[in-house]
Design a protein around this ligand. Structure first.
Ligand code: COA
Ligand code: AMP
Length: 633
């Protein structure tokens, strides 16, 4: 392994001030920091305290001021609308500055929140950057969430303005966003002063006079607004992510540390330089979209691709190859599920041979465990390094990866490789002490976390401590279980909480259980993530009905499925549920979800000695068999 990775790693751990302080000089600062790492208020660590910056300046204006105004900043490639549109850095600056002017005219100022509920269109990125430009805090909500989820986020973030679009397009379906937005505002206690709506030709949103404003009309008269210096420690955005309950966690990202870490990661991890074309095939509603569709590539001066489509069906399984070849993509980042979808449609990768992929250098995958089949299929078909890397919404960038920019490239299948510089990882047992090499335990990061990670949860320091820092004092608990081998390779095996990963989307089974429990006929329920060939995992619900319910079970199942779709959204992919007589429990009343999941996945399992009644497991096996799961399925 190259010394560049080793040297960087050693320095990042032994001298974080020196390491990050030097890297930070690569960014533009209105005022230099007083301290690189401020640890005066443990466990709340702050990076670059005293510094003043503007993330939008660094991501946009900086490049224009440095002679790159004519370079493409964004390529919007939308097979679902048959559109390809490019924006240079100068054009991006003009759009963002004007939209910032609109936000200011609606009363948005430094620290105010703006919710962005939009599909994958360039206007979503303009809105994010416009917030950063004026020091407002954006919170992007993924389009596949239902009104109820949006309302929860509105109530927590209390936005002054909401930016949305008339619709999103899911392959051929037009999904109207505005009725969902109206419903969410109706459901929420906190009401925005204004909504700015981008009307798309596929659907026209009806507007509420006095509250809703048309994006294009407002742009005609908008006055461009300049970048406003903010503190390095001021929040740039809030991104809500699934926790163990239905109440999502508002992950906060600051300006200074985020900007420094992301710009560095583009070169060090992903191996790209300014001017390269970088594509993260994800959605701006997820952390991958924030970090690697928007901020990372733009901070680095790359061209980023906004892809409004799916890996298959828009129009077929060759769309990734078409985009790589047409736009000269050097590095692609997506989730393994996208490759499983392509492989299913085109198992011998025949469609690939129609395209010149000589520009393509690296494939990075994350979001879920990279199964060996997908790894070897991608490697054989593409003949470029295929790199698994591991991270979370909370961390904002990779904890473990091959840092190809630091000349590190060593793959052990099943492992996202070693800790990235900045990350001091360990595996602890239940007693909080390190387990032996190769032994499974809780994967934790020694505090302080590097810059660009979460300093806290939005207005909830206590939940931040309780969720991440309490169980293992002095460490951040990733809630992933796994092991580190004798060579320092990390293996991420499973979540230790109620989070499941469905097609790379992070969802809370606890949140789904809360919704199902609202159904009047349901006495109790359990939702588990069971194995799925395409999506990695899908949720499966098991319900016990109230005594005396005479309704047909199929009807209750249909109603429950509709309830989850309406309350959480289609992204939950909750399509399978079954009525059971009882749920297996321990004598102390804990539902044995793990055992049921093992039965569904046809895996060996140990019957817990503390089970209250062994016969419930036979009943569960019968019920799962009826819907095609388990050995009886
Ligand atoms: N707005 C509205 N609805 C949305 C949506 C959005 N932005 N995104 C997804 N949905 C809907 C889908 O239309 C689908 O609805 P349906 O039940 O009516 O069919 C449902 O939510 C589930 O969507 P998805 O999980 O995307 O499944 P899919 O079957 O449409 O596609 C894949 C499967 C694997 C092709 C797709 O998930 C994919 O491309 N994944 C890439 C991974 C990724 O982007 N991960 C992010 C982290 S890197
Ligand atoms: P999210 O916050 O949506 O990015 O989801 C984070 C979770 O996805 C992690 O805690 C892991 O459980 C899982 N995950 C992400 N990347 C990987 C990976 N490369 N290998 C295994 N699991 C992963």
């Amino acid at each position: 392994m190259s010394n560049r990775y080793n040297e960087a790693y050693e320095q990042s751990i032994n001298d974080p001030d020196g390491f990050w302080g030097k890297i930070a000089q690569d960014c533009h600062w209105y005022k230099k920091w007083d301290k690189v790492l401020d640890d005066s208020n443990k466990p709340f660590y702050r990076w670059f305290k005293g510094g003043e910056v503007n993330t939008c300046y660094n991501a946009v204006d900086f490049h224009v001021d440095n002679g790159m105004g004519e370079q493409d900043a964004i390529i919007y490639d939308s097979p679902v609308t048959d559109t390809i549109k490019k924006y240079t850095y100068s054009q991006l600056k003009e759009k963002v500055a004007k939209f910032a002017g609109i936000l200011v005219s609606k009363g948005v100022g430094k620290g105010d929140r703006v919710i962005i509920y939009m599909p994958m269109i360039p206007q979503a990125v303009f809105a994010m950057l416009a917030c950063a430009r004026i020091g407002a805090v954006h919170s992007v909500v993924f389009g596949g969430f239902a009104a109820n989820e949006l309302a929860t986020r509105i109530d927590d973030a209390k936005p002054k303005v909401i930016v949305s679009a008339s619709c999103g397009i899911e392959v051929k379906k037009v999904i109207e966003y505005k009725p969902l937005l109206d419903k969410a505002i109706e459901l929420s206690d906190s009401k925005p002063d204004a909504c700015i709506i981008f009307q798309r030709p596929q659907a026209k949103a009806s507007m509420i006079k006095g509250r809703d404003f048309d994006w294009e009309e407002a742009m005609v008269t908008a006055l461009p607004h300049d970048c406003v210096p903010v503190k390095a420690t001021d929040p740039l955005y809030i991104l809500y992510t699934s926790g163990t309950t239905g109440q999502p966690k508002g992950v906060v990202r600051d300006n200074g540390g985020h900007m420094v870490a992301l710009k560095w990661s583009m070169g060090a991890i992903y191996g790209v330089e300014k001017g390269d074309v970088y594509w993260a095939a994800s959605d701006i509603g997820w952390v991958v979209g924030h970090s690697y569709i928007v901020y990372g590539p733009l901070l680095k001066g790359c061209t980023t691709i906004i892809f409004e489509g799916k890996p298959v069906g828009t129009p077929d399984a060759s769309v990734f190859w078409r985009i790589i070849s047409q736009h000269k993509v050097k590095t692609l980042f997506t989730a393994p599920t996208a490759f499983r979808a392509i492989k299913r449609e085109d198992p011998s990768a025949q469609l690939m041979s129609n395209f010149d992929l000589s520009c393509f250098k690296y494939l990075f995958l994350a979001g879920e465990r990279l199964d060996p089949d997908t790894l070897s299929w991608a490697k054989n078909a593409l003949r470029v390094p295929v790199i698994d890397h591991w991270w979370q919404t909370e961390t904002g960038w990779a904890i473990a990866a091959n840092c190809v920019g630091l000349h590190q490239f060593d793959v052990k299948p099943g492992s996202p490789t070693k800790s990235v510089p900045g990350w001091n990882m360990a595996v602890l047992g239940d007693d909080g002490t390190p387990v032996a090499e190769g032994e499974i335990g809780a994967i934790v990061a020694k505090l302080p976390l590097p810059p660009g990670t979460l300093p806290t949860l939005w207005q909830n320091d206590q939940r931040y401590i309780d969720s991440y820092l309490k169980v293992f004092p002095g460490y951040y608990e990733t809630a992933d279980a796994g092991f580190i081998d004798e060579d320092g390779y990390i293996f991420v095996m499973a979540r230790t909480d109620d989070i499941i990963n469905v097609a790379g989307h992070r969802l809370s089974t606890g949140g789904m259980e809360e919704v199902i429990a609202e159904h009047p006929d349901v006495a109790e329920c359990a939702v588990m993530g069971v194995a799925d060939q395409l999506k990695g995992q899908i949720p499966l619900g098991m319900m016990v009905l109230n005594a005396g319910v005479e309704k047909d079970h199929d009807t209750v199942v249909k109603e429950v499925i509709a309830l989850v779709r309406n309350k959480i959204g289609p992204v939950a992919a909750f399509k399978t549920a079954v009525v059971v007589k009882r749920l297996p429990k321990t004598r102390s009343g804990k539902i044995l979800r793990g055992t049921m999941r093992a039965i569904a996945d046809k895996k060996d399992y140990k019957v817990p000695a503390t089970i209250d009644d062994y016969s419930t497991l036979d009943e569960i096996e019968e019920s799962l068999g009826e819907i095609g799961y388990g050995s009886k399925g």
